[in-house]
Ligand binder design. Structure first.
Ligand code: MF3
Ligand code: CO
Length: 292
């Protein structure tokens, strides 16, 4: 990382108006110490200001309202296109923009991933929710240039005990990861907690698709692994905002991409996959979930 030179009596880079020596000097020294030890550390560009955090929270308010509305309306016999319609109605109704729409050519406003679909299921009038399905609804919103991102699982009708357990354990994996979001610890501590809980339950975690920094852009640094080792990956510093979004598979962690649409990811063995996602802020004392 590169620190530009700030004089000790110059205004702090964070915009507080205080002198650097009275503001972030000690903080930067602490980061620099970890960098000297060979750790990956965030640049200032990844540290959100109080204004940024307020902007992300306002965006997240829409994102969570969308998922709350989907939770109210989702039912057997409905198409995933109807879910996309709900996302558009609530998002635009509250003044936001669905971040998925046209993102790298993505054709819809939300991802709807059923059973053996790991992620990036594309809403369609032809895909009808059936009794026993498990579905992930992954939603992202832009408001005033600020991005929010979260996803939840829904069980349609009578879901088998095995699939219900996958959904519940995946949520626990996310919670175990969140417990490790502690300032001046490492992202690898978080990813390892996710992975260990999945393994202990006989599941596997997708390795090559991960979470991401999120807030001023949809996908920012760092890339967030859910299968990493303790003490590795980027240092977690107060002000960082990223997603935790483990995809947990009942069978193999391996997957393949839909050749026709270039988006949808399926489990290689056809067994089910579940995912939950939150967007989290690292604080001075721990963390705050901004979007869920
Ligand atoms: N919401 C996804 C994530 O968690 C990204 C979906 S990109 C899309 O990062 F284009 F598929 F919508
Ligand atoms: Co995400």
């Amino acid at each position: 990382m590169v620190f530009h030179k700030v004089g000790r009596n110059d205004p702090c880079w964070c915009g507080s108006g205080l002198k650097y020596k009275k503001c972030h000097e000690a903080f930067d020294d602490r980061i620099r110490h970890f960098a000297w030890e060979g750790h990956e550390v965030p640049g200032h560009d990844l540290l959100k200001t109080p204004e940024d955090i307020a902007g992300i929270k306002a965006s997240a308010k829409i994102n969570m309202a969308v998922l709350d509305e989907v939770a109210k309306q989702i039912h057997e016999g409905m198409s995933t296109l109807e879910i996309d319609n709900i996302v558009n109605e609530i998002t635009y109704g509250m003044g936001g923009i669905p971040a998925d729409l046209n993102y790298e050519g993505y054709p819809k406003s939300v991802c709807t991933s059923i059973n053996n679909v790991v992620c990036h299921g594309i809403p369609s009038a032809d895909v009808i929710l059936k009794d026993g399905d498990i579905i992930n609804i992954d939603c992202s919103t832009i408001l005033n240039g600020y991005f929010s991102d979260s996803s939840r699982m829904f069980c349609i009708g009578n879901v088998s005990p095995e699939n219900r357990r996958l959904v519940e354990v995946t949520k626990e994996c996310l919670e175990k990861g969140l417990e490790q979001v502690i300032p001046w610890h490492f992202l690898g501590d978080m990813g390892n907690a996710v992975n260990q809980h999945a393994i202990a339950n006989g599941y596997s975690v997708v390795r090559d698709i991960g979470g991401h920094g999120c807030g001023k852009a949809f996908h920012e640094e760092p890339w967030v692994s859910h299968v990493s080792e303790p003490g590795t990956e980027m240092l977690m510093v107060p002000g960082m905002v990223f997603t935790i979004e483990p995809m947990v598979n009942m069978g193999t962690h391996e997957f393949y991409t839909d050749e026709k649409n270039g988006w949808t990811i399926y489990t290689k063995d056809g067994l089910p996959s579940a995912q939950w996602e939150v967007q989290v802020l690292v604080t001075e004392t721990g963390h705050e979930v901004l979007c869920w």
